[in-house]
Design a protein around this ligand. Structure first.
Ligand code: AMP
Length: 504
């Protein structure tokens, strides 16, 4: 496979494996099915339309639109033209979008019609076209009128294919530059590792402005010549209705906990499926085990990030360990190192996770210093995630470096305390943060969602039976739900801000 990825665009790498029968469905949306033939034609028309609008290879095309089949065709059209796709979270405000447009200087911005005027005011030299949730608007009018002849600009695998801004919970977010080869190589690895074939039907309910829904899900399906049931969002009723038609699903952990909470969810609902995958945020060992007990399925958890695509995965055939993100993927070096010295650490030692491979991004857009600071001299990317390997080579994440708590001079890794809390019968889920404290520097603090009666003293006492005293939360706060971003990640920065004066 590697030889075929050496040159050309992502789309060319995918299309080499498209099914011989172009009538095979690619996307099954609530209103229409798009075959592989439709994908080939619509992406060519989109590339022609963009070219006619003056967009050239290397130009950035910023896209802030609702999820639709046409939005995906836009991604592939941009790719075939050799332009650079820049998806933006639909939740970003005009002020936030203004920053991204100023930084990336796109030639074209595609937005929902409702936002066109506001975005045009901050778009500078860029043209602004529209695409609504039904896939209609001035962009699609231009596509409809365009030539449908095959269209593929000559392109090198190392050319820039996409810029994805990192979620940036501290400071300004950075644009991660991904090449065609970064994307194609990871798709090829995952198709094989997870055994995707043209018989697969993936249930797709993720957003398509993020690496998970856009690259992991979409590129794998296209490269396997498989089909996707393409839902606008995660609506539990729609998911329950679609499950019988799917062979596999990729989700964030909240998909699985919401399924477990649904009264009609049973073993039968997923008995026919071959694979359920989770990522983008930690899947609690409790949810993993409960899902297995209820359905017999062992959710396959994997680990990746915007900058690197996917790095590790629990195995398809071997042991899937709750709480672990699995083994390094083939062709990808994953190691744990001392954050300061960079010395590679041994089994069980906690350090920063570092990654090298064809999946790892080209650097941060127009930020050579930041890029240099996040790579070791031998090319490993310093991920910022803390973790350790066990003696079987499985990786465990213990939290982001910035979420590490230092209390009374001791390191406290939030994941360890969260696992202990989640195992208690009265707790549904938890987030452990450090808050400013005069004596300890930071005080370990738990924020929990209850499923029983919470008695703070009792919880502290129970945890104290297995955890060192400095790890036991000084306070256990109860919320109805934890703040999460669009990918289901708990926003610890929001919690830290909310409770910053708790002890001072
Ligand atoms: P993003 O760039 O938005 O995809 O976020 C990447 C980050 O999500 C990683 O650096 C991890 O901190 C986290 N992440 C992704 N997958 C997992 C996982 N399976 N378990 C725990 N954290 C994860």
């Amino acid at each position: 496979m590697t030889a075929t990825l050496a040159s050309g665009s992502l789309f060319q790498a995918l299309s080499r494996r498209f099914p011989g029968d172009t009538a095979q469905p690619f996307l099954i949306t609530p209103t229409r099915t798009w075959s592989y033939g439709d994908l080939i034609t619509a992406s060519a028309k989109t590339a022609h339309a963009l070219k006619s609008l003056g967009i050239r290879p290397g130009d950035r095309v910023a896209v802030q639109v609702e999820k639709s089949a046409q939005a995906l065709m836009l991604f592939f059209g941009v790719n075939r033209l050799g332009a650079v796709y820049l998806p933006l979270n639909t939740a970003y405000t005009t002020a936030e979008v203004s920053y991204f447009l100023g930084d990336a200087e796109p030639a074209l911005v595609v937005v929902d019609p409702a936002r066109a005027e506001a975005i045009a005011a901050v778009a500078g030299q860029a043209r602004v076209l529209t695409l609504d949730a039904q896939g209609q608007g001035s962009l699609w009018d231009a596509v409809a009128a365009a030539d449908d002849a095959p269209f593929d600009m000559p392109c090198n695998g190392d050319d820039l294919a996409a810029i994805l801004y990192t979620s940036g919970t501290t400071g300004r977010s950075k644009g991660a530059m991904l090449s065609h080869r970064n994307l194609a190589s990871n798709a090829a690895t995952l198709v094989d590792y997870w055994r995707f074939t043209s018989s697969d039907v993936l249930l797709h309910a993720l957003p398509i402005f993020h690496t998970h829904g856009l690259f992991v899900a979409t590129n794998i399906i296209a490269m396997a010549g498989a089909s996707m049931i393409f839902l606008p969002k995660f609506d539990i009723g729609e998911i329950m209705r679609a499950l019988p038609k799917a062979t596999t699903m990729m989700g964030v952990p909240t998909f699985y906990s919401r399924l477990l909470a649904h009264p009609d969810f049973s073993r039968a609902a997923v008995a026919h499926m071959r694979l359920l995958i989770s990522g983008s945020a930690p899947l609690s060992a409790e949810v993993h085990k409960e899902f297995t007990a209820r359905t017999g399925h062992k959710i396959l958890e994997r680990y990746g990030m915007t900058e690197t695509n996917m790095n590790t995965s629990n195995p398809y055939d071997g042991e899937r360990i709750p709480g672990s993100v699995g083994l390094p993927l083939p062709g990808i070096s994953v190691r744990v190192a001392d954050p300061q010295s960079g010395r590679v650490l041994g089994v069980g030692e906690i350090g920063v996770v570092e990654i090298k491979g064809p999946n790892v991004f080209m650097g941060y857009w127009r930020q050579p210093e930041k890029t240099a600071a996040e790579f070791r001299a031998d090319g490993h990317f310093i991920s910022g995630d803390l973790g350790y390997f066990d003696d079987k080579g499985y990786l465990y994440l213990v939290g982001r470096g910035k979420d590490l708590i230092i209390s009374g001079g001791f390191n406290v890794y939030p994941a360890e305390i969260e696992a202990a809390l989640d195992a208690l019968p009265e707790i549904r889920e938890s987030a452990v943060i450090g808050l400013p404290h005069q004596d300890f520097g930071e005080a370990v603090t738990a924020v929990v969602v209850a499923k029983g009666v919470i008695n703070e003293t009792k919880i502290q006492h129970t945890l104290g039976e297995t955890l060192a005293k400095f790890k036991v939360p000084k306070r256990v706060l109860v919320l109805d739900e934890l703040p999460r971003n669009a990918m289901g990640k708990i926003q610890k920065n929001v919690l830290r801000e909310r409770y910053k004066d708790l002890y001072v």
